[in-house]
Ligand binder design. Sequence first.
Ligand code: HEM
Ligand code: NAG
Length: 342
Amino acid sequence: MARRQYSSSSSSTSPFSLVVFIMFSILASTQQPAAAAASLKVGFYKSSCPSVEAVVRRAVTRAVSRDPGLGAGIIRMHFHDCFVRGCDGSVLLKSEPGGKKTERDHPANNPTLRGFEPIDEAKSNLESICPNTVSCADILAFAARDSSFHLGRITYAVPAGRRDGRISLFDDIPANLPPPSFTAAQLAASFARKGLTADDMVALSGAHSIGVAHCSSFSARLYSFNATHAQDPLLDGAYAAELKRRCPVGGGGDVAVGLDATPDRLDGNYYGELRKGRGLLSSDQTLMESALTKKRVVGFASGGKGGGAWAGKFAKAMVKMGAIEVLTGSRGEIRKRCDFVN
Ligand code: HEM
Ligand SMILES: *[C@@H]1O[C@H](CO)[C@@H](O)[C@H](O)[C@H]1NC(C)=O
């Protein structure tokens, strides 16, 4: 838009304005991602709803102290929101009765995605304090940060000002959410399409130090890996035996296994597990195998018990992820409830 204005005003004029126009165009095109991120602001609700972060934090604290797994669910939900149509709360939308299926109905989300209740609780409290003001997309971004604090003592400021989308499509999932069968190179390409680097991807994968995966997400590694190996040769032997016990052939459908040994603690131990061949998902273990990502994994693994180096990178990458294709200004809407459009 700015570019169009400039070119129309420069249509009559000198070489100097042409040079300025070219410089401006270059600047405008290279600064795009930064500009999008900059449109979100820390303290966005400072005057319109000063208690927003306290209200969200209260709902998250209540939920996570009852069930830490809900914190894992919320962090995963923010990822699934941001990767599909940007961080616009589209993952929260239910299908209208008799209507088309939404993101939320897709097997990547249903039935395993969890943590919807604390988001709805925060929303309904906020609607009574400051109606029509806070987007569900922002509530989810705050809640993911609060979950990171509860489970990992990780703190960061969340730029806000996202607006809620009105579209959520089942069919958007496959092209946007990477499956656990992806190699490191495929994962990096998938993240690159969202403006995230391979380093961001490795840091964000540290979220797999909390929560669970169900047998169906990794049992191919145990029984039907490929034509020459029934079992994924990258899997540590003792770990594979334990997984087979918990997920018997063709069974264990509903069984959930911790993504790492301490699934209620968000920390850098996940990377140490990868070094030992104890990554649960193929997409986790592949990070240790590819030259593209291995150095980072080893670096994070040796960052000490607290994973100090990792925690900072994780926080930065969460903020970056939280700015993907956001709707701001007058785009989208402020939903009245998070599961349906207005
Ligand atoms: C790198 C690509 C990724 C792939 C292929 C992937 C895939 C998966 C899969 C298959 C599960 C288990 C689902 C189940 O069986 O119940 C899972 C769980 C989870 N993922 Fe990811 N994920 C990726 C990246 C991320 C990112 C970037 C985050 C957040 C920053 C994240 C957060 C989580 C969390 C917290 C869980 C546990 C959820 C719970 O316990 O409810 N994942 N992921
Ligand atoms: C099966 O996987 C192993 C280990 O990744 C690999 O060496 C082998 O070439 C694969 N076999 C086939 C048929 O793809």
